[in-house]
Structures are given as structure tokens and as C-alpha cells.
Design a protein. Structure first.
Length: 220
């Protein structure tokens, strides 16, 4: 995955296989062009791309490749979590579980970005209030990495309705109402990839080895 800032267009770059010294023909397929942001690209704008291909020695490569069994998930601490001073304690829950931070931003999210982020809910009664609320203050956006990171992240966060979240979860312990439920987390691998590509560029994600991994992860 390579990120080039333009949220209104996601492109996939396919690098053709069997490159043996000859010039390589490149093909770019536009796979998504959201209508929510009518922004025209101009010189200097960049696109989000995912590319795959085959090296000269026959090795397959994928720009979003992670070690087997390792996932990345997107998590956002909403304005209520920031305003209540819970950022540190929320992040520490993921770290104490063993997930690893590979991307972190403190930012005001634009309306354009949020409409794309919550696009699956467009048309529902809560869509406009939700976008307006999350845009009302700064948020913390992060990418966490680890085994089953998506499932683990959702378990730590709890259910959408805090009143139904069990004690020990972030929402169960710290939130009261559905809209102001502190945090968002990817609910599937497809959502995680889409959300990470919306919020982060490839250069903003830092892969690194954590010394404590040897005490957390089973490796052959």
C-alpha cells in the first residue's frame, strides 16, 4: 500500500509479472471514486495505491504484505475521549494487551474524510449527527498491529452501546451513551484496509520490532 494524500480517488497499480530486463507495461485501474468529495486532482496531489507483482526471481510481492497471522487495525479515539483526557489510558489498554502502535495522529478530521469513513451509514438517521459530532473536536487516529489485531481490538473496545458492554472493555468501563462511546475500531479486514488507507499514508506507518514480542508471540 502506498499513500499519496488524495482521498477522493483510490487506485490500484498492477505491476506485470515476468519482468526480465524488458520495459514493463504498467496498468492502473481505478477501483473507487467516492462521490462525497467533489475535489479535482491537480499537480502535486497524490493517490492511494495498492500494488502487487512478481520480481525477476519469481518472488511474489504485495505492498500491504504482513507476516503470516499478523494484522493491522484502525482505531480512532473520538472527541469525547480526547476532551475527557482518556487518550493515554485508552492507548495503554491496547499496548498492555500486546498490540503494537505503527501509526498515530492527533488531528481535526475534515467533513470529507468523515463522510468517506462512515459512508456505509449514509442515509441512516444518525449519519449526519455522527459526522458533525466527530468533526466537532480533535481525534486520535492510530494503526495497531498484532496477531488477530482486528478481533482483539473489537473485544477490547466493547459493543456499540456502552450499557451492553461488559466490565473490562473500554466502553463498558468508561462510556455511557451510544453516540459518545469514545472510540471506533475496524470490524473486518476489509474495513481495516479501507480505513487505514483513508487516514494514513504508507510513509506514516512505521514497521518495527518490539523486544517484548518474544514474550508474547509464539514463533517457530
Amino acid at each position: 500500500m502506498a499513500r499519496f494524500t488524495m482521498f477522493s480517488l483510490v487506485a490500484v497499480l498492477f505491476v506485470l509479472a515476468n519482468v526480465h530486463g524488458a520495459e514493463e507495461e504498467l496498468k492502473i485501474d481505478v477501483v473507487s471514486k467516492p462521490e462525497v468529495c467533489q475535489v479535482k486532482s491537480k499537480n502535486g496531489d497524490m493517490l492511494t495505491m495498492h500494488y502487487t507483482g512478481t520480481l525477476n526471481d519469481g518472488t511474489k510481492f504485495d505492498s500491504s504484505h504482513l507476516p503470516e497471522g499478523i494484522e493491522r487495525t484502525f482505531v480512532m479515539i473520538k472527541p469525547d475521549g480526547v476532551q475527557r483526557g482518556l487518550v493515554g489510558s485508552i492507548i495503554s489498554r491496547f499496548e498492555q494487551k500486546g498490540l503494537k502502535l505503527v501509526g498515530l495522529k492527533f488531528m481535526h478530521a475534515s467533513e470529507c474524510l468523515l463522510r468517506q469513513h462512515y459512508a456505509e451509514h449514509e442515509g441512516r438517521p444518525f449519519f449526519e449527527p455522527l459526522v458533525k459530532y466527530v468533526q466537532s473536536g480533535p481525534v486520535v487516529a492510530m494503526v495497531l498491529e498484532g496477531p488477530d489485531a482486528i478481533k482483539v481490538g473489537r473485544l477490547l473496545i466493547g459493543t456499540t452501546d456502552p450499557s451492553k458492554s461488559p466490565p473490562g472493555t473500554i466502553r463498558g468501563d468508561l462510556a455511557l451513551q451510544t453516540r459518545k462511546n469514545l472510540i471506533h475500531g475496524s470490524d473486518s479486514s476489509e474495513s481495516a484496509q479501507r480505513e487505514i488507507e483513508l487516514w494514513f499514508g504508507q510513509r506514516e506507518l512505521v514497521g518495527w520490532e518490539k523486544d517484548s514480542d518474544k514474550w508474547l508471540l509464539e514463533r517457530e
